[in-house]
Design a protein around this ligand. Structure first.
Ligand code: HEM
Length: 381
């Protein structure tokens, strides 16, 4: 019998469970998700990279039904064409992110309690996403933030809550109005942006397709980076002066710090695949057609891959983690996320002036990051 786990058990704190699974039963079943969770580094890498066995093409998945057919849930030539079309938009940061980070910081309220995660990281991510999409002329930070929040809610609304459905419908209508205006060239769209790439395609692009691409990118580019940047910021805020001092003087240490933060608390805990044919993983038989979760956050703490994996070691230099997945579907937004994290570190002198009111608690198992980072900024400066 394959051991089982419930969502509630994972939600509480997934790491002790994953540790036990890696040791005793590296593949477990979650009946609520009707899925097999694969937990060891080598096996998770297989799930990410062996698309002949574990396919991303999952027409019946909730997310495919919510988003429609999209890049992430397709394979082969269809996937490659969709990815190649938007790839130019990911080659360079959409805007000067260090300047954007400083600007967002400078506009934060002072002398009152704020949540740095929402008001700093969240706004910075929204701004980057707006630039990436090429919508900076028409979509302000708040509108992008609310698109992200509502679409996230819809993508996780397995129960079909009517109020969530209404909020999603309103956002979808709003996204479509922007997509229509873009398709009709009512405002300037940067050619090297996601929407710019779509509009430059030879065959005409329908507003509906632009809208679906925007929704997909907002879903992909909102929660993950918000959790990831949140973790970088929270670790920065709770690190001692010697760590912050090294980060201020040495760019190599910044790269290590960011990668370790993303390894230690993996922002998106798992990828999903459909098992094409019956197979055996770590001694467990997985039937054909089953949903398989490659648990990235477990792989990132596998004792056979990492030295003292539960320790956050800011200068760890042990090679790549799996937070951005791997293989054909590896995250297109990884470079952008790294740029964002470094832009955040560029604000270090200003960040040090903030008084952090309580240390964060890390929450979640699918999306995982700090719950909040309440702080007060000095009234002057
Ligand atoms: C901390 C930040 C981020 C994390 C942890 C993250 C994580 C991931 C992971 C694990 C995958 C692989 C999914 C799979 O194989 O099923 C992925 C794919 C993807 N990510 Fe990210 N991501 C982040 C930021 C971003 C950003 C900023 C964008 C921009 C819109 C983005 C867009 C995408 C897209 C479009 C894919 C699908 C690629 C494909 O199917 O070829 N991600 N991401």
């Amino acid at each position: 019998m394959t051991p089982t786990v419930t969502i509630e058990e994972l939600r509480a704190d997934p790491h002790p469970r994953y540790r036990k699974f890696r040791r005793d039963s590296p593949v477990v079943r979650c009946d609520e998700l009707d899925a097999y969770l694969v937990c060891r580094w080598e096996d998770v890498r297989r799930v990410c990279t062996e698309s002949a066995q574990f396919t991303a093409d999952q027409p019946d998945s909730f997310l495919t039904r919510f988003l429609g057919r999209n890049m992430l849930h397709s394979e082969g030539p269809t996937h490659r064409a969709a990815r190649a079309l938007v790839l130019p938009a990911f080659r360079t940061p959409p805007t000067d992110l260090t300047r954007a980070a400083r600007e967002v910081w400078a506009n934060l309220p002072r002398g009152v309690e704020i949540d740095l995660l929402g008001e700093f990281c969240g706004v910075l991510v929204s701004r980057a996403l707006t630039g990436l999409l090429g919508l900076e002329e028409v979509v302000a930070d708040g509108r992008m933030t609310s698109w992200g929040r509502v679409l996230d809610e819809g993508a996780a609304d397995f129960a079909g809550d009517t109020r969530v459905g209404e909020r999603v419908a309103r956002v979808r209508a709003d996204v479509l109005s922007v997509a229509r205006a873009a398709a009709e060239r009512q405002f300037a769209v940067r050619p090297e942006s996601v929407v710019g790439c779509l509009l430059a395609r030879e065959e005409p692009v329908a507003p509906d397709e632009v809208a679906r691409t925007i929704e997909f990118m907002v879903l992909g580019g909102d929660s993950g980076p918000r959790e990831g940047l949140g973790t970088v910021l929270a670790l920065l805020a709770t690190s001692g002066a010697p760590v912050r001092d090294r980060l201020s003087h040495d760019t190599r240490t910044r790269r290590l710090f960011v990668e370790e933060a993303l390894r230690w608390e993996c922002p998106i805990g798992a990828i999903t695949r459909r098992n094409r044919r019956e197979t055996t993983v770590a001694g467990t038989t997985i039937p054909a057609g089953a949903t398989v979760l490659g648990v990235l956050s477990s792989a990132n703490r596998d004792e056979t891959r990492w030295r003292q994996p539960d320790v956050f070691d800011p200068w760890r230099d042990e090679g790549p983690h799996l937070s951005f997945g791997a293989g054909a579907h590896g995250c297109v937004g990884a470079a952008l996320t790294r740029h964002l994290a470094r832009a955040l570190l560029d604000c270090l002198p200003a960040l040090e002036t903030a008084t952090i009111l309580r240390p964060p608690e890390y929450r979640g198992w699918w999306f995982r990051g700090p719950d909040a980072l309440p702080a007060v900024l000095p009234t002057a400066g």
